[in-house]
Design a protein around this ligand. Structure first.
Ligand SMILES: C[S@@+](CC[C@H](N)C(=O)[O-])C[C@H]1O[C@@H](n2cnc3c(N)ncnc32)[C@H](O)[C@@H]1O
Length: 228
């Protein structure tokens, strides 16, 4: 198993981004773990506590609703949504991430698959009642960040909800590293793509030192009926 070297990691990501191949490096993070999900350096190996709180407050009591986990990594959040009663699709662009999920949860009800947010399978548009994004935008560069937001919103059904969890940075703060956390203006750009903000939480996580985060929830903007 390869030891994680933060300096080499930054260099590698920069190289991929400079040649406009922003997704080319993700698989190496998982394949370097050589089949052991514990060795994926960015995986918390537990569901996001704010996702769990949201699921608890918004119990799925009626028909089985469809949820999707974007850039699902090693699967903790997808499994939490399935445990809360959703029919879950979880995808990642990294085949080795999906292999790890299947190995880790061999009896899972989650449909794990390799897919690209920017070129997702037919039938996914507007198909999901719950769309969950955690930490994907922050590892994308430049224009891909807004395009990712647009694509995420496009997965929401008319009554759908979108939950976004990410690292945050102070408004306007310039940072030259990956992940590049979102500032308030940037996360607010979700609202340019047809959603209304339902809640917005700013918090510091329990790492040492703690890392500032946002957890935001959105619903589809209702289209106004035209009167004759
Ligand atoms: C920082 S990781 C976060 C993983 C997981 N959501 C978590 O919170 O632990 C970002 C994930 O997004 C995936 N990803 C990046 N670009 C993607 C794309 N275009 N389509 C699907 N997944 C993508 C990466 O492979 C990686 O697993």
């Amino acid at each position: 198993m390869k030891e994680f070297d933060p300096v080499k990691y930054q260099e590698m990501v920069r190289e991929y981004q400079e040649r406009d191949d922003p997704f080319g490096w993700f698989d190496s993070i998982y394949s370097d773990a050589e089949g052991d999900h514990n060795a994926v350096f960015w995986a918390d190996l537990a569901p996001n506590p704010y996702l769990l709180k949201w699921l608890e407050k918004n119990p799925e009591t009626w028909l089985k609703k469809k949820a999707i986990a974007i850039g699902c990594g090693v699967g903790d959040d997808a499994e939490a949504m399935a445990a809360a009663g959703y029919e879950v699709t979880a995808f990642d662009i990294a085949p080795s991430a999906i292999e790890l999920c299947k190995k880790r949860y061999p009896d899972s009800k989650v449909n794990y698959l390799v897919a690209d947010l920017f070129d997702y399978p037919e039938g996914w548009a507007e198909a999901f009642d719950l769309v969950y994004e955690c930490n994907t935008i922050q590892v994308l560069p430049g224009r891909y960040r807004r395009e990712a937001m647009d694509a995420m919103v496009s997965l929401m059904s008319a009554e759908g909800k979108l939950l976004v969890s990410c690292r945050s940075r102070k408004s306007g703060e310039e940072l030259d590293a990956i992940p590049l956390p979102l500032d308030k203006n940037e996360i607010d750009s979700f609202m340019h793509f047809g959603v209304r903000q339902k809640s917005f939480l700013v918090y510091d996580d329990d790492q040492e030192p703690s890392v500032p985060h946002f957890f935001a929830t959105y619903s589809r903007e209702r289209r106004k009926r035209k009167r004759n």
